[in-house]
Write a protein of this length. Structure first.
Ligand SMILES: O=C(O)Cc1cc(O)ccc1O
Ligand SMILES: [Fe+2]
Length: 439
């Protein structure tokens, strides 16, 4: 069961406790069912109404009942970018390795590895891109991020995301967003892998549609929000609340489940979205449109039109452009482009870029179709054609210049050193005697 709509004001009660939401006020002297009222603020109190975000949670015990936080070891999570040497090369990773259950239990939090990022969690400006590879459900353990929002892209294995707001089942080809501060746990059902885009200090929004009009791309009604669900469970052995704070992990113990919210209302929530619902808009005449037409969500910077990060997808669609080289053009970009593949293959590179792998084309690093793609599409008969059928590639595009972690460059051992060779065979076709066709 889900509520629907992007950024709506929602109100939901676990059906076991009708009337749990106070009527007409947020802070009654005594809340219904003897619950505690707790506000979770996702924006400054004074933000304009259009960007003001907060929710009221009515819970069995408030979040403040916990033992002190202590630092935890986690070597693969990073937010310090200065101790890695810059590398402007085109980078490609083979599918990131998922730990086998026989080699040890790894849950979502312990399976998070930072690939690249930029900025500063303390200055509240920047991004990080992580992958998660795990084989075990978080047990008597939840996580929350003080540094920013997580946009989670499952690639292999569905994940059951239990949050303070309720539960979301998120399958590959769906995404979910868990915003700053929201506590959540992840259950897995086998070997599991996915990608995470973290943004510090901003939230994701639907992009403006401009001349497209009132409808299209990701429609607000297709965003799903969990309904209230609680468990009144004491955990005498200790329940671990893990916090990412200024890039480091901390753990604190409490003796009850944090998923004890009986009812909540507000507009600051986790949500999920099925990528099949994306209404693709594209060129129906000639030329290749820029990939911004495929933006699902954007985290805006203060500069008009410049995103901290965009989440862009390359969904199945028709290719119909006349007298056009239809695949992506060769280009250099003032933005960083990190790409991942959920399933199938990517139209600019049929080989080498595999589901569960990734590429990074950094600021002004040239890239584009490989040799096969160029040759094939330079001579193809241009009839209407299904493009990217059965596939789903995506891009995290950012205005930040990102550092790549030691883990991603070396430790993970998935960097494909031969990536550059996919362009080496591009021949010159230059013919100085070429003449325009007489009309
Ligand atoms: O580099 C890429 O493959 C992503 C991309 C796709 C596209 O259609 C146009 C520009 C672009 O950066
Ligand atoms: Fe690109």
């Amino acid at each position: 069961m889900y509520l629907s709509g992007f950024g709506n004001e929602f109100a939901t009660e676990d059906p076991r406790c009708p009337g749990a939401l106070p009527e007409g006020q947020n802070n009654p002297q005594v809340c219904p069912y003897g619950l505690y009222a707790e506000q979770l603020s996702g924006s400054a109190f004074t933000c304009p109404r259009t960007t003001n975000k907060r929710s009221w949670l009515y819970r069995i015990r408030p979040s403040v009942c916990h033992k002190p936080f202590a630092a935890m070891q986690h070597e693969a999570l990073m937010d310090k970018w200065d101790d890695v040497a810059p590398d402007p090369n085109q980078l490609r990773w083979l599918p990131f390795t998922i730990p086998k259950a026989a080699d040890g239990k790894v849950d979502f939090v312990m399976g998070l590895h930072t690939v690249c990022g930029a900025g500063d969690t303390r200055a509240r400006s920047g991004i990080a891109i992580h992958v998660y590879t795990c084989n075990y459900s978080m047990t008597d353990k939840c996580f929350y991020n003080s540094d920013g929002d997580f946009l989670i892209v499952p690639q292999q294995g569905k994940i059951l995301v239990t949050t303070e707001f309720g539960k979301m089942m998120v399958e590959p080809n769906e995404i979910c967003v868990v915003q700053q501060g929201m506590r959540f746990g992840v259950d897995v059902f086998g070997e599991t892998r996915g990608y995470v885009l973290e943004v510090y200090g901003v939230h994701f929004e639907l992009p403006d549609l401009g001349p497209i009009g009132a409808n299209g791309l990701a429609n607000p009604r297709d965003f799903l929000v969990p309904v209230a669900w609680y468990e009144d469970r004491s955990v005498p052995g200790g329940y671990a609340v893990i916090n990412k704070y200024q890039g480091k992990l901390f753990s604190s113990q409490q003796n009850f489940s944090p998923f004890n919210v009986v009812a909540w209302h507000g507009n600051y929530t986790p949500y999920k979205y099925n990528l099949d619902n994306f209404m693709v808009v594209n060129c129906v005449a000639f030329d290749h449109a820029d990939p911004s037409i495929f933006t699902v969500l954007t985290a805006k910077s203060a500069r008009p039109g410049v995103a901290v990060a965009d989440f862009v997808i390359f969904p199945p669609r028709w290719g119909v452009a006349d007298h056009t080289f239809r695949p992506p053009y060769y280009h250099r970009n003032c933005m960083s482009e990190f790409m991942g593949l959920i399933k199938g293959h990517y139209e600019a590179k049929e080989e080498g870029f595999l589901p569960g792998g990734a590429t990074l084309h950094s600021i002004m690093t040239p890239h584009g179709p490989d040799v096969d793609c160029f040759e094939k599409n330079s001579t193809a008969v241009l009839k209407p054609e299904r493009v990217a059928e059965g596939t789903m590639a995506f891009m995290f595009e950012s205005s930040f210049s990102m550092a790549v972690t030691q883990w991603a460059l070396q430790k993970c051992q998935r960097l494909d050193k031969s990536y550059y060779t996919c362009w080496e065979g591009l021949q010159t076709h230059f013919n100085p005697n070429w003449k325009p066709k007489s009309k």
